[in-house]
Design a protein around this ligand. Structure first.
Ligand SMILES: Cc1ncc(COP(=O)(O)O)c(C=O)c1O
Length: 395
């Protein structure tokens, strides 16, 4: 029997590179991993205690499809306190990571042919998920010189298309680290309301914002709540990527539809993970600043080492876990990021993610999620490898 050929299934580039790196590691090879999309830290003691207690109490059966009530209360309370939103538990869905929240929201809203505005450079999964449901990605390019940020004028340009149903706004952004101000968000949401566009605000990096900068959630504009779905996650700011706990915050009727979708697909995320996530929220004021501080230190270390090795002033990203670098600044002569990264992993065991996967050719993404010693070894290896690359010719 044929697999359905009409579904555009593309493996996520970050997952593909990471898988190759893990396979090499399993074979006993030394791999330098600058591709990880996660803060590499041991689990906080509170998580272990929360999971242990759930196991010991036999909390191992199905949970309600929308998530355990205690976690819906804790997550919405945390959002409200941290970002001045106004969500109740009925506006909160617990999902298998933020990714499934995005998946389910797009599935619920899209009909074939609907356009979804995606800001480039974008998180690798947005276009593929949109296409899975017959949607058409409408890529809106941004530039490094403008801080990789969407400007209202660009949205005004696309308003005449009445097919744009959704805008995915990634604030704080992977791979660029861009964050949006109160005024910028207000104008984007105003445009969305005027044009009846739903904004899916992917806020999974909101806890990883550096240099004391303020973070504004799209959920904190009550006048726009009927046009906003907020995606959150425990993955990044609690360093819980493998536990698979995320959230959707939205109007009650949206949560009801997504709960039905979830009940007919994943049935919800693991019960143990949900109890561990509850423990994480109970210790949020301790865990999030701890993870943020660690990541800020690693970011500074990566920038300092990059600058020293490659003799170029790299600008520290305001948020997230990545430095998005023009390959020329690393001394590469080629602009083909896929070939560049393929050769680096295959021949030199160095994992980076090609800019092409984010819609920005000529760039690569370096993660600072790993510990300083690993970052230093990887950057030294990268520096040596670049001088040897066969691709190091002008193309
Ligand atoms: C921008 C962005 N959104 C969503 C996710 C999904 O994260 P998770 O499903 O682990 O919550 C990621 C993961 O890397 C991401 O980078």
């Amino acid at each position: 029997m044929n697999l359905q050929p009409t579904i555009p299934l593309e493996t996520s580039a970050t997952v593909a590179i990471n898988t190759l790196a893990l396979q090499k590691k399993a074979r006993g090879e030394r791999v330098f991993n600058l591709a990880a999309g996660e803060p590499v830290l041991p689990p906080h003691q509170a998580l272990i205690a929360g999971a242990d207690a759930a196991l010991a109490a036999g909390k191992t059966l199905y949970t309600p499809a929308a998530g355990i009530p205690e976690l819906r209360v804790a997550a919405s309370t945390w959002m409200n306190r941290t970002y001045q939103t106004n969500f109740e538990p009925k506006n909160t869905l617990v999902t298998c990571g933020g990714k499934f929240g995005i998946f389910a929201t797009l599935q619920a809203y899209l009909t074939p042919g609907d356009e979804v505005a995606i800001i480039s450079p974008y998180w690798v999964s947005y276009p593929s998920i949109v296409q899975l449901f017959g949607g058409v990605p409408r890529i809106v390019e941004t530039e490094e010189a403008n801080g990789w940020k969407l400007h209202l004028e660009q949205l005004k340009d696309i308003a005449p298309s009445d097919k744009i149903k959704i805008l995915i706004l990634n604030n704080a952004a992977n791979p660029t680290g861009a964050i949006y101000s109160y005024e910028e968000i207000k104008s984007i949401l105003g445009w969305a309301q005027e044009n009846n566009v739903l904004v899916i605000s992917d806020e999974v990096y909101s806890g990883l914002v550096y240099d004391g900068k303020n973070y504004i959630s799209c959920g904190s504009f009550p006048e726009h709540q009927d046009h906003v779905v907020v995606i959150q996650s425990c993955s990044k700011h609690f360093s819980m990527t493998g536990w698979r706990v995320g959230f959707v915050f939205a109007l009650e009727e949206i949560i009801r539809v997504l709960t039905t979708l979830q009940s007919q697909s994943t049935t919800g995320t693991s019960s143990i993970s949900q109890w561990a996530a509850l423990a994480a929220f109970e210790h949020a004021s301790e865990i999030i600043p701890y993870v943020r501080e660690k990541m800020e230190t690693r970011r500074n270390f990566l920038i300092k080492t990059l600058t020293k090795l490659f003799n170029y002033s790299f600008i520290p990203p305001a948020s997230s876990l990545y430095v998005f670098v023009n390959m020329q600044q690393l001394g590469a002569q080629t602009k083909n990021s896929v070939q560049f990264c393929t050769e680096l992993i295959e021949k030199h065991n160095i994992a980076l993610v090609p800019g092409n996967a984010f819609g920005a050719e000529g760039y690569v993404r370096l993660s600072f999620g790993a510990a300083e010693a690993e970052l230093e070894a990887a950057l030294n290896a990268l520096h040596q490898a670049i001088s040897k690359l066969a691709l190091n010719t002008v193309r």
